[in-house]
Design a protein around this ligand. Structure first.
Ligand SMILES: [Fe+2]
Ligand SMILES: [Fe+2]
Length: 478
C-alpha cells in the first residue's frame, strides 16, 4: 500500500469512527470539570471525529467558526491527551503532609491544619461538654487504662465544628458517610490513654463494625501545645509525636489488604504539666477497605502550600488589555460553552458572554505571567490556554468546580473591568480545604492551582458586569 493510500484509509477510518470508552470518559470528565466546550470540540475535530458525532457527544455546537478556535493541545503538537502524573488512589493523598517513612504503616504528620483561633474555639467547646471517655470491653478491667474526658463535638449544632469536620473528611478524601462522629478529648495532669490500637479486635468487630465496617484512618489534631508530657508514642515503630497546636497526625490502622496493623499501637502518655485537648475523627471501611471519594483532580499534586495568591498585573499589559476590551466590547457573543458552569439567577439564559482575544495578546499575557507563576509555584511552566475575556452579567453565579487536569494546573484570573454594586468574591478552597473569599479589583490578578482546588462564585453578581481573563499553564516536563 502506498503511503498516500494508507493515509487516506486512515483518515476515512478516523472520520467514521465512533467514540471508544476512553474518549467517552474524557468527554464526561471534562464536561463535569466545566471545560470550555469550544476547545473540546476543536480537540475532537482535530482528532478526526465526525462533526455531527462530536455535536451529539457534547450536546453542543460551537458558535465560533472551527478554524478560529484554538486547539488547547495544539501548542504541544500532541494528538493524544497527556496524563498528569497522579498519586495512587490506594492510599490517602494529603497535601502538605509529611509521609513519615516507617515500614509497614501509612503515617502522616500535617502541620498547621487548624489555626490558633480555630483551636481555641474548639477547646472551649470541648471543655463545655465533657463526659468520661468510654472503654471497649477489653479495656474495662483496668479503670486507669483511659482516664481522659470526651466531648461528642460532631453532635453540636455549631458552624465552626461542622466546618472543621467537613475539612477533615475532605483532606483525607473519604465521604463523611464512612466516618464516626467527631470527638474532642481532654487530658488533665496525670491523665493518659495507655497503649492501644484504634481498630476493632475480632471480638468487637461484630458489635461495633457490623454496620459501618472496621476502623481505617485516624485523623487526630492537637489543639494546644502542652508544657510537659502528653506525647503520642507509637511504641512498635519508635515514633513519638509531641503535641503542637494545629498539628494533625494521621494514620491507617489497617494494612493495604484490609487486615489489622499492629504497628499502629499507640499510647497517649500522661500529661505532666498543663493540659491537652485533641480532636479525633475515625474513618470506617466498606467491604473491608477505605473508600476514597476524591476525583482525579484531587490526585493532582499541590505545588504551593496554600494554593492561591493575589498579585497586581503590570500596568502596561493591563492598559493594553483594557484598551482592547473597550474597543471590542460590542463583539462579545453569548457564551453557550459556559452554560453548564455559569448560570443566572435572573433566569436569563446567558450568565456570561465572551470577548475573544487575538493570538498576539494571548501570547503576551502568557509571557507576562509565566515568570511570576514560576516563582510562585516553584516549577517551570508551559503555557496552555488563555480563555479570553468572560463578561459575567447581573445575577450570574459560577458553579464551584475544578479545572481541566491535563492543562489547567497553574492558572491566573485577571479582573479586567467591573461595574458592581458590591464586591463579587471568588471562593477558593485551599490546600487545607479551608474556604476563602478572594476579592479582585480591576488590574489585580490571582494565581491559583486551578485543577486541584475547587473554586466558584457562589453569590449572584450584584451589578452590571464583571469581566475577567483566565490564563492557564501546566508543568513543563523535563
Ligand atoms: Fe487511639
Ligand atoms: Fe475554573
Amino acid at each position: 500500500m502506498t503511503q498516500d493510500l494508507h493515509r487516506q484509509n486512515l483518515e476515512s477510518h478516523l472520520q467514521k469512527r465512533g467514540l471508544n470508552d476512553d474518549w467517552k470518559k474524557w468527554v464526561r470528565t471534562n464536561v463535569k470539570a466545566g471545560c470550555d466546550k469550544n476547545g473540546m470540540f476543536k480537540i475532537m475535530f482535530d482528532e478526526g471525529f465526525d462533526y455531527d458525532l462530536i455535536k451529539d457527544a457534547l450536546s453542543f455546537e460551537p458558535v465560533i467558526p472551527l478554524d478560529q478556535i484554538i486547539n488547547p493541545l495544539k501548542k504541544d503538537g500532541l494528538s493524544q491527551i497527556e496524563e498528569i502524573e497522579t498519586t495512587s488512589p490506594i492510599t490517602a493523598f494529603i497535601p502538605n503532609a509529611e509521609r513519615v517513612n516507617v515500614d509497614g504503616i501509612e503515617f502522616y504528620i500535617l502541620e498547621d491544619f487548624l489555626n490558633a483561633e480555630e483551636c481555641e474555639y474548639i477547646i472551649s467547646k470541648t471543655i463545655g461538654c465533657l463526659r468520661p471517655s468510654t472503654l471497649t470491653a477489653d479495656d474495662e478491667a483496668d479503670k486507669y487504662f483511659r482516664t481522659s474526658n470526651t466531648c461528642d463535638l460532631g453532635l453540636l449544632d455549631d458552624d465552626m465544628v461542622q466546618e472543621i469536620d467537613r475539612r477533615i473528611c475532605a483532606m483525607i478524601g473519604i465521604d463523611p458517610a464512612h466516618s464516626e462522629t467527631l470527638q474532642g478529648q481532654h487530658y488533665e495532669v496525670g491523665q493518659e490513654f495507655k497503649a492501644h490500637t484504634d481498630f476493632f479486635e475480632e471480638n468487637e468487630l461484630e458489635e461495633f463494625g457490623a454496620e459501618n465496617g472496621q476502623r481505617s484512618y485516624t485523623f487526630m489534631i492537637y489543639l494546644n501545645d502542652v508544657e510537659k508530657g502528653g506525647e503520642t508514642s507509637f511504641t512498635n515503630i519508635g515514633q513519638i509525636v509531641s503535641p503542637k497546636q494545629g498539628r494533625a497526625v494521621i494514620w491507617n490502622s489497617l494494612h493495604p489488604d484490609g487486615s489489622v496493623n499492629h504497628n499502629s499501637l499507640h499510647h497517649a502518655t500522661p500529661v505532666e504539666k498543663g493540659s491537652k485537648t485533641v480532636i479525633t475523627k475515625w474513618f470506617r471501611t466498606k467491604n473491608g477497605l477505605p473508600v476514597f471519594s476524591r476525583d482525579e483532580n484531587e490526585n493532582v499534586p499541590n505545588y504551593t502550600r496554600v494554593g492561591f495568591e493575589k498579585d497586581i498585573l503590570t500596568k502596561p499589559l493591563y492598559q493594553k488589555i483594557l484598551d482592547f476590551y473597550h474597543q471590542n466590547l460590542e463583539k462579545q457573543f453569548d457564551e453557550t460553552a459556559a452554560y453548564d458552569l455559569v448560570s443566572n439567577v435572573e433566569k436569563k439564559p446567558n450568565g456570561s458572554s465572551l470577548v475573544q482575544l487575538p493570538h498576539s495578546l494571548n501570547d503576551e499575557i502568557h509571557a507576562c505571567l509565566k515568570p511570576n507563576l514560576e516563582v510562585w509555584s516553584g516549577i517551570q511552566l508551559e503555557p496552555t490556554q488563555v480563555y479570553g475575556i468572560r463578561v459575567y452579567h447581573n445575577g450570574a453565579v459560577l458553579k464551584p468546580h475544578r479545572d481541566r487536569v491535563k492543562t489547567h494546573i497553574i492558572s491566573a484570573i485577571i479582573n479586567v473591568d467591573q461595574d458592581v454594586n458590591q464586591d463579587w468574591p471568588l471562593m477558593i478552597e485551599d490546600n487545607y480545604c479551608r474556604r476563602h473569599n478572594v476579592i479582585l479589583k480591576p488590574g489585580e490578578v490571582v494565581y491559583y492551582e486551578g485543577a486541584r482546588l475547587s473554586h466558584g462564585r457562589l453569590e449572584p453578581l450584584d451589578g452590571k458586569r464583571y469581566a475577567n481573563i483566565f490564563c492557564h499553564f501546566k508543568p513543563l516536563k523535563p
